[in-house]
Design a protein around this ligand. Structure first.
Ligand code: ADP
Ligand code: MG
Length: 399
């Protein structure tokens, strides 16, 4: 391909990474990129085998890779202005509490999978806000994985790419997370949300009409779960799940019904009952949300988002006053179809579905009213469902 032809279609970040790689390593790298994601509905369901509905968004992490022949791997992140080198053959599971753990963890996980990894230099840069709940972590993992796999001339199915990146995050970095992030970041499709069954990994791609945009609003607050008196949600859920397992033989909460939970109500602490009620009802809402999108019924979709927020706030007790305020303000705006907290909770972002023609005013109003109410300036991003890394690589958008 004529190089000037492909350059025309590069994003700004791709152009920067390509130039940075050339400058640092003296060769043109091959480019790969992976998006960030937002979850439309289905919160705290993924560690009990439940249903989620994320979509990939336009922010991306770009990786440039080139081979070297001494068995070393060097990662350079332009976001941090730092690099790290490691010896691939002797790489052990030894996280250093450094950004490079996400990249080293992928090398480790690929080796665990029995894939032979030879030496390389890699440059990375992303425009994903870091640590904002949009999964820059899955984004960097999947970009790194695709770049290394391509150099090794290995093609893997979506499920395997997602699973091995998740293993990097869970077992190498040491962060607890379900499969949702890596799966949507690798497998998202433009113009589509995805309903994912986190147990079977079966998924359904769902149309999001052009008449709406997804606005992500960052509340800019993050309350500490460990020290804020919120308790440990996962332990509370597990306690309830154990009761349902004993009484009804439900291996995972996913299989339990609200009626069964009701019957077990006295056998578990009230917190466990409420947390489980959120998860069981949320799985039901995800299924309904799928139907709504298939039917093009945005009103119903919006109502489900509002119900999902109330459940996160009241039953899961994982919202906070600032985020509740952000959702209330959003729901008052013209053209807002639905709004809810997204991500783990206790702060972070909200996701809002807004009519396209009202988006600009929506963003301006939400920012100004939120600042008036809390004194905090929210960050807002307008997005549409984007391609995941595999679709991007298949389309050859980055070379
Ligand atoms: P989130 O996934 O919500 O953004 P995490 O704490 O899970 O938050 O992951 C963020 C971390 O991922 C960053 O602190 C950094 O260590 C790593 N990371 C993500 N993108 C990059 C990048 N472009 N360069 C280096 N490290 C990155
Ligand atoms: Mg993350």
């Amino acid at each position: 391909m004529n190089p000037s032809f492909s350059v025309q279609y590069m994003t700004a970040v791709e152009g920067k990474v390509r130039a940075a790689h050339m400058e640092r390593f003296g060769v043109a790298g091959t480019l790969f990129s992976a998006p960030a994601r937002v979850n439309l509905i289905g919160e705290h369901t993924d560690y009990t085998g439940g249903l989620v509905m994320p979509m990939a968004i336009e922010f991306r992490t770009v990786a440039a890779i080139s081979a070297r022949n001494d068995g070393q791997a060097t990662f350079y992140s332009a976001n941090y202005g730092e690099s790290r080198s490691l010896d691939i053959a002797s790489l052990e599971r030894a996280p250093q509490g450094h950004w490079s753990d996400y990249a080293a963890g992928v090398v480790w996980s690929l080796k665990q999978e029995g894939i032979s990894v030879s030496g390389f230099d890699m440059s990375l840069e992303g425009d994903v806000p870091l640590g904002a709940g949009l999964s820059s972590s899955a984004s960097i993992e999947v970009a790194v994985a695709l770049a290394i796999l391509s150099l090794s001339d290995v093609t893997l199915p979506l499920e395997t790419v997602a699973t091995l990146c998740r293993r990097a995050e869970n077992q190498y970095v040491g962060a607890k997370s379900g499969i949702m992030d890596q799966f949507i970041v690798a497998g998202g499709v433009e113009h589509r949300a995805m309903m994912l069954d986190t147990r079977s990994l079966a998924y359904d791609l769902l149309p999001l009409p052009e008449e709406i945009r997804v606005v992500i609003a960052n509340s800019m607050v993050r309350h500490s779960v460990a020290t804020g008196g919120y308790g440990n949600r996962r332990d509370e859920v597990e306690e309830g799940q154990a009761v349902l397992r004993k009484v009804f033989g439900r291996e995972m909460l996913r299989d339990a019904s609200l009626e069964e939970l009701e019957e077990c109500r006295e056998k578990m602490p009230v917190e466990s009952y409420l947390r489980c009620r959120h998860i069981i009802s949320e799985n039901g809402r995800v299924l309904e949300a799928r139907e709504a999108l298939h039917a093009g019924d945005l009103k119903r979709f919006g109502a489900l988002m509002v119900a999902a927020h109330a459940s996160m706030r009241d039953d899961f007790a994982a919202s906070c006053p600032e985020v509740d305020t952000l959702v209330e303000i959003a729901l008052r705006q013209e053209g807002c179809i639905g709004a809810r907290i997204t991500g783990g909770g206790f702060g972070g972002c909200t996701v809002n579905v807004v009519r396209t023609q009202d988006t600009e005013r929506f963003v301006a109003q939400v920012k100004s009213e939120y600042e008036k109410a809390t004194g905090i300036k929210a960050d807002c991003f307008v997005s549409s469902p984007s391609d995941g890394a595999l679709a991007l690589a298949a389309k050859g958008e980055a070379k």
